[in-house]
Ligand binder design. Structure first.
Ligand code: BEZ
Ligand code: FE
Length: 294
């Protein structure tokens, strides 16, 4: 038995060696490096897990389903990467930003190009119910000087935990989305409704996977920001609502402590009047520091 086991083991090593040797003629060194790692790790998984034929077919069928669910409005592969922690791992290992700059986090699938350009103080909530909220902030450079004319692209789920694109028949087009430009002091500000926690889409194969793994699909309430300015590195990030029950177990592991902020209740009626908000309202104030581009 010992001999048989040894021979099988040697054969499986030989298959991996042989697969790797087939990269010898690849003249793209990075591609060769990446594929060496992919083949080594994939073979490692098979050697460790020893899948049956049916299990391997199940894996192939799962990935096929993930592909079938993708179109121009749905990217199930990104959702798979998000829910397996791969997206956040890529975020962490790529281009570490200088200390003092605002941390990045996942883009997610709900960003839409072409959101309306709105002026300072505009309300991005198109008549939906939800707790009134004022979001104010500045965009700063690494040396903490204000950046004028920075683009601040914001989007969020509603108080019902849904993005406009998820139920277009229920929500007005471009609800809870806008692009702002910072003033000469680097300031931007807008009114909105307080975001709510929501589950990532679970009607596809990733949802089936989460259920099979006994995992929940919830993300803590957050606002999305994509901020860009000339001569600076663009930043994709969130602000998370402090106290949210899902901060410790975000389905896509995207929470960073520095991005958790207070949505504090304000009774400032003068400010409420200035922005056309009822009192009380929630208020968030946060600065975003961009890294300098080389
Ligand atoms: C989002 O925050 O919009 C999101 C991120 C990753 C997966 C699903 C949704
Ligand atoms: Fe989101």
């Amino acid at each position: 038995l010992g001999d048989v086991y040894k021979r099988q083991n040697m054969d499986s090593c030989k298959i991996t060696e042989d697969a790797l040797s087939r990269l010898n003629n690849c003249d793209d060194p990075r591609l060769k490096e990446v594929m060496t790692s992919v083949i080594t790790h994939l073979h490692g998984v098979v050697k460790e897990v020893e899948p049956t034929d049916e299990e391997w077919l199940q894996a192939i069928n799962f990935l096929t389903q993930v592909g079938h669910w993708c179109d121009d409005k749905r990217q199930e592969f990104i959702l798979l990467s998000d829910t397996l922690g791969v997206t956040m791992l890529v975020d962490t290992v790529t281009d570490p930003k200088p200390t003092g700059t605002t941390e990045s986090t996942v883009l997610g699938p709900f960003h839409v190009h072409g959101a309306p350009n709105l002026p300072f103080g505009a309300n991005i909530s198109k008549g939906q119910t939800g707790e009134p909220t004022l979001v104010m902030g500045r965009v700063l450079s690494q040396n903490k000087l204000p950046i004028a004319g920075a683009t601040v692209d914001v989007w969020q789920a509603s108080a019902q935990g849904l993005y406009d694109v998820q139920e277009p028949e229920r929500f007005p087009d471009m609800n809870l989305r806008a692009v702002f430009h910072t003033d000469k002091n680097g300031c931007f500000g807008f009114c909105t409704e307080k975001p709510a926690p929501y589950p990532v889409p679970t009607d596809g194969p990733v949802g089936t996977m989460l259920k099979a793994l006994g995992r929940h699909a919830w993300r803590p309430a957050h606002l999305h920001f994509m901020i860009s300015a000339e001569q600076h590195i663009s930043l994709t990030t969130h602000l998370f609502v402090k106290g949210d029950p899902y901060l410790e177990s975000d389905a896509v592991q995207a929470v960073k402590d520095s991005l958790i902020v207070d949505f504090s209740l304000s009774h400032d009626s003068a400010e409420a009047d200035q922005f056309g908000l009822p009192t009380p309202y929630y208020k968030v104030q946060e600065d975003f520091v961009l890294a300098t581009a080389n």
